[in-house]
Design a protein around this ligand. Sequence first.
Ligand code: SF4
Length: 350
Amino acid sequence: MKELVNRIIKWYQKNQRMLPWREDKDPYHVWISEIMLQQTRIEAVLSYYKRFMKEIPTIYDLASIDDEKLMKLWEGLGYYNRARNLKKAALFIVDNYHGQFPSTYEEILLLPGIGEYTASAISSICFSLPEVTVDGNVLRVYTRLFEDSCNIDKEKEKGRIRQKLMEIVPKNSGDFNQGLMELGETICVPNGIPKCDCCPLKEFCLSRRHQTSLQYPVRSQKKEKKLEHFTVFLFEIHHKIFIEKRMEEGLLKGLWQFPNFNQKMTKEDVIEYCKYKNIPFKSIEKGISYTHVFTHKKWMMDSYIIEIKEEKNDFLGVFVTEEDFKQNYSFPGAFQPFKNDWIQRKGEKG
Ligand code: SF4
């Protein structure tokens, strides 16, 4: 086991990718990167991380950031609660630790939005505490190495593997954890054949020896995602379009969106709806359709472009220009294609 641990660390020290949050072991940097990386690939996070650090370079800046600005910086990353929790945690650190990031696993785990995995990552990378990070990459490497056929979707099994790794975690826990994760991401890959010839653990790996790597890890069957239909209304006038704020609860809470109805509608339905609501429209055309996939559900969205005659002031929202979109309003991914389509059509019309 000692040799196996050494190989992971040496391989990581030689092969690690140069990433901006690895330039130092500042817990603020590691924390922000770890939260951004949840459910998101490194390539996608890079530009967000750089922009975030430029705008919010310290914990104090994060604690005092305007909510709308924070959401705008997070726009497109999804899972917006992660950003809200960052601010809550920053306020907690300023109030309770004079702005210094706490340095024990237990204290880190108490911060809003930080679970076992992130607390372990920060504790080991920044403070060399003997904690292990167990994510999908680590579980894949581990189950292939030992031909462990447990179901990795079961919390009990994850906990057991965590315990096993805790028995071998070395002093240099940060490099060990990052090495295992990076090995899973770049060599013992999730999709396709693992690159066993380049793997520092190849001599130890049972699944390589028995050519069974693709049988691991074992997972539960995925549940079908729930399908929901939406009709999106693009009320436009001159060079402006109408947007409204979502309610402060539920999915995508507090973000901006185009008004929409939770059902599929025909053009005739939309005409009827506008008449019923006394919306003075000039024309109604069918716009683009788009399907947005969330973790547990899929939204199938159709849109209608409704050119209106005047800006009604009983509309609960605002009419915005393309420039306003860029500067101020945080739009979730589900509505981005409709926004992009509107901008493109506007450009074509001139
Ligand atoms: S030898 Fe192959 S299957 Fe085994 S851990 Fe390395 S990459 Fe994965």
